[in-house]
Design a protein around this ligand. Structure first.
Ligand code: DX5
Length: 236
């Protein structure tokens, strides 16, 4: 589909920070700084120490800072058995919840449950997991997340060999009867965002690269957005 006929939403670039590198002693202020910097959403990297070898936020942490900003929250659940707590993430103020295909025995039911809760539903795919894993649930998806690192930590190197997989995912989603946003996460920065967007990504998760800009968050968000828009003609 040429961008000339693509729905406006498919032409929109979303720059989304991972909260992972933030200063947890000043979480509210950090969120306000991200909102001021012009981010489109905020992603909470939820890790349980089992699905990935790291442990991060619970729903109460997210709930405690929900009122500090208006920007939408999304929860990336890098956890086993995500069905056990779906309602808590929604109640904590996450309007979009991302479960891992690898963690769901009944992925169709997990996604349908999120929709029943009034949340947007999404699936994340680890680098080894084929796009094929979600072809039977595209009708339930609001977003598909293709990981460009092996999840668990920030600051890892972008896995460029994921770009054909991003393109394959984009082709699958273009055939859906509704817009499904294609998001990538891991090692996204000024040197890698071009390749990810050219491959088809429209939502870019940036953690360490964004927080590392010496010019600050506002400059970083603008720079990443400009680089993403320059990658494909017509992107907004
Ligand atoms: C999985 C996490 C990280 C984080 C982004 O490990 O999901 O990918 O969001 O981290 P950076 O942008 O530092 O790679």
């Amino acid at each position: 589909m040429s961008t000339a006929t693509a729905p406006a939403s498919d032409q929109k670039i979303n720059i989304i920070p991972s909260v992972l590198p933030a200063d947890y002693a000043r979480l509210g202020e950090e969120l306000q700084a991200l909102e001021k910097a012009g981010v489109d959403r905020v992603q909470w990297d939820v890790m349980d120490g089992v699905f990935v070898p790291n442990l991060t936020f619970g729903p109460d942490v997210i709930k405690s800072v929900r009122s500090w900003v208006d920007v939408p929250f999304e929860a990336h659940l890098m956890v086993v058995e995500p069905d056990r707590m779906l309602q808590q993430w929604v109640d904590a103020g996450c309007e979009l919840v991302i479960v891992h295909a690898e963690a769901c025995t009944h992925l169709h039911r997990s996604l349908a449950s999120l929709k029943d809760m009034g949340a947007k539903a999404a699936v994340a795919l680890n680098p080894h997991t084929p796009v094929e894993a979600v072809k039977n649930v595209v009708d339930l998806l609001d977003l598909l997340l293709v990981m460009t690192v092996n999840p668990g930590f920030g600051g890892q190197a972008y896995i460029k060999t994921m770009e054909p997989k991003i393109a394959e995912a984009a082709a699958l989603l273009r055939n859906a009867d509704h817009y499904v946003e294609l998001e990538v996460d891991g090692g996204i920065g000024p040197e890698t965002i071009d390749g990810a967007v050219k491959a088809g990504a429209r939502a870019l998760i940036a953690g360490s690269a964004l927080f590392k800009y010496p010019e600050g968050l506002e400059y970083g968000v603008s720079d990443l957005r400009a680089r993403a828009r320059a990658a494909v003609p017509g992107l907004q």
